[in-house]
Design a protein around this ligand. Structure first.
Ligand code: G3P
Ligand code: CA
Length: 610
């Protein structure tokens, strides 16, 4: 009975103005994404710059959070976010006051009224309205513990600390419960505060607040949000299962887990956007219905006819120009931030922050290494890069081959070196049967063939295995001729070779390979000929601080060759930029699972794991 009344009360006022509500929510969310979010990021960048940092890692988080600069900017950001919520509540209030009287309101009228009310509401009630809106927002967020519907999430490092320390857990639980109790005790003021002339009514309402009502309110608030959680989770599971079903049909079982875990990000993002468009209106309609049912003050629900007519008048040209100027200033101001977000390798959006997956010697567990079929398989497995090794033949042609000798990966007689045979002779070899008879037709490809095969389909890590000027000249030619600058990088264990290449063409990105290492990393950090570094996994585990040092100097840190799940997880935790692996599908799965709830990842693994 309770629940039926509750749902009727929530849904009834939206019936007449559903299209206006949808238009508004899409518009407001887009404004939030295009303006508020980049602005928040701008403040974040500013806080880093003022503290002389370029980024933050787990280890710096505590220092960063304690800085007065961070605290000041965080407070500013909270106020901006709360004002954003106030704006939304004012607009929703307009829709609801019309809906309750079964009157229609168009989108343009809604904008006019809302835009007129926002400055007034903030001016009249400033701290009260901002803090009550913030309470409302946090109370709703607290109940959306599933990451699908929640907009806010604690950084994993902070969450881990809270989970580990009992006292901290208690403090957090009391704090969250306090927010909900405070919200339930004050939420009914909101409908009065978001409307012109409602301030006095809000004060009168306080006297009528009673214990039993609060229990009903608490029950309804929990019931609404728990059922929304269930609906969103069910929808999410359904979409994920559908994706798994289609991947199974079109690509095969081996791809399911990796692709499903990757898809979860996109689905999360879209569903959380959808959820935020649904959660706040429904919760606010509930708050307004409390006002109607438990604290009857009709005068607050709809302002007098005269005020309403005034509010609907077109905005004055000066106001329009002011708003247009403000919007343009925000957009121009945010342009560079948005560009950075879209172009940088490590995104500001944590969902997209994951190491790149680099298929080692092609997808070398599924096809003979360093062949076109291994590169093709890597592309099929959707790796971010494919890595392969290059050597020179007797007649100076660049071909793909890891070892100096040919016998491990071709049918050449034992001990035959790549440099002993001409290209024509090497081409006559069988480079696939050693791996599986099904690949008997595979030949040793030239560097140019490999480049053209992968070009535009995946990016390339080209490792030079010999320090021969002819090989370097060929690389320089291929980069210039095929314009590979944005999609390929040159790797070498030989720092002098990288310096020569950089000197010849500074646009080629170089990656210095580090295996065993003794001494100081500083010369590498400071070497301008080295754009990025790829470190052997054990060496990086011995020196985890390198990640921060290299990144601070704008150098990416990749790690090789990681084929073990636990080590892959460790690489993800170390926040490397790339994992070079023979098992790209597994690495992809691990890289994406960091944004998937452990329980959900386990269920997926149980269902689809190999
Ligand atoms: O990319 C780095 C890695 O490939 C180096 O090892 O011996 O497999 O070429 P290796
Ligand atoms: Ca290699």
């Amino acid at each position: 009975m309770f629940l039926k009344t509750m749902w009727q009360e929530i849904l009834f006022p939206f019936r007449k103005n559903l299209v206006t509500l949808i238009c508004f929510e899409v518009f407001y969310r887009a404004a939030g994404i295009l303006v508020v979010f980049p602005f928040a990021r701008f403040l974040f960048t500013l806080s880093l710059r003022w503290q002389g940092r370029t980024h933050i890692t787990n280890r710096m988080l505590a220092d960063y959070l304690q800085s007065p600069v961070t605290l000041g900017l965080l407070a500013g950001l909270l106020v901006v976010a709360a004002c954003y919520v106030v704006g939304e509540l004012i607009f929703l209030g307009v829709i609801l006051e019309h809906g309750r009287r079964e009157e229609r309101i168009g989108f343009v009228d809604l904008l006019r009224i809302g835009i007129r009310r926002i400055p007034g509401g903030l001016k009249r009630h400033h701290i009260r309205i901002v803090s009550l809106a913030a309470l409302f927002f946090f109370a709703v967020e607290i109940l959306h513990i599933s990451p699908i519907a929640g907009t806010l999430a604690l950084p994993p490092y902070v969450a881990e600390q809270i989970a580990d320390i009992f006292i901290l857990r208690l403090v957090v639980i009391f704090f969250l419960a306090g927010i909900i109790i405070l919200f339930l005790g004050t939420a009914h003021h909101l409908p009065a505060l978001v409307r012109p002339g409602g301030g006095n009514t809000a004060k009168r309402t306080a006297a009528r607040y009673g214990g039993r009502r609060q229990l009903v309110m608490a029950f309804e608030f929990l019931a609404l949000n728990i059922s929304l959680n269930i609906v969103f989770y069910a929808l999410f599971t359904l979409i994920v299962l559908l994706v798994a079903f289609f991947v199974h049909i079109f690509l095969g079982a081996a791809f399911i887990l990796g692709i499903v875990l990757a898809t979860i990000h996109g689905v999360y993002f879209l569903l959380s956007l959808l959820a935020s468009m649904i959660l706040l209106p429904l919760n606010y309609a509930l708050v307004e219905s409390w006002k109607e049912r438990f604290f009857r003050f009709g005068d607050v629900v709809m302002p007098p006819a005269e005020t309403r007519a005034k509010e609907r008048r077109p905005l004055r040209p000066l106001m329009k120009a002011g708003l247009a100027f403000l919007a343009a200033a925000f957009l121009v101001g945010n342009f560079f931030t948005v560009r950075d977000i879209l172009t940088e390798e490590r995104s500001a959006v944590d969902y997209f922050n994951r190491p790149r997956i680099i298929a080692h010697r092609g997808a070398s567990m599924d096809a003979p290494e360093n062949t076109l079929v291994a590169i093709e398989e890597a592309i099929r497995q959707r790796t971010d890069y494919v890595e392969y090794d290059v050597r020179l033949t007797k007649d100076g042609e660049a071909v793909l081959m890891h070892d100096a000798t040919l016998s491990r990966t071709t049918n050449a007689p034992s001990g035959t070196r790549v440099s002993d045979l001409t290209l024509a002779e090497i081409r006559s070899l069988d480079a696939g049967s050693w791996f599986d008879e099904a690949f008997a037709e595979e030949q040793v490809p030239t560097l140019e063939e490999a480049i053209l095969h992968a070009r535009g389909r995946t990016r390339q890590f080209i490792e030079l295995k010999v320090a021969d000027p002819r090989l370097e000249a060929e690389v320089l030619r291929l980069f210039a001729e095929h314009d590979l600058y944005d999609e390929a990088r040159v790797l070498s264990f030989d720092i002098e070779q990288l310096r020569r290449i950089k000197q010849a063409d500074e646009d080629i990105e170089t990656v210095y390979l580090v295996g065993l290492f003794f001494g100081s990393i500083t010369p590498i950090v400071e070497d301008e000929a080295i754009d990025h570094v790829a470190v052997e996994m054990n060496t990086l585990r011995e020196n985890p601080h390198w990640v921060e040092r290299l990144k601070r100097n704008d150098k990416e840190v990749h790690v090789w060759t990681v084929n073990d799940r636990d080590l892959m997880r460790e690489a993800v935790r170390l926040e490397v930029d790339g994992i070079i692996t023979d098992l790209p599908l597994v690495a992809r799965e691990i890289a994406y699972e960091k944004n998937t709830p452990t329980f959900f990842a386990e269920v997926l693994r149980l269902l689809f794991g190999q």
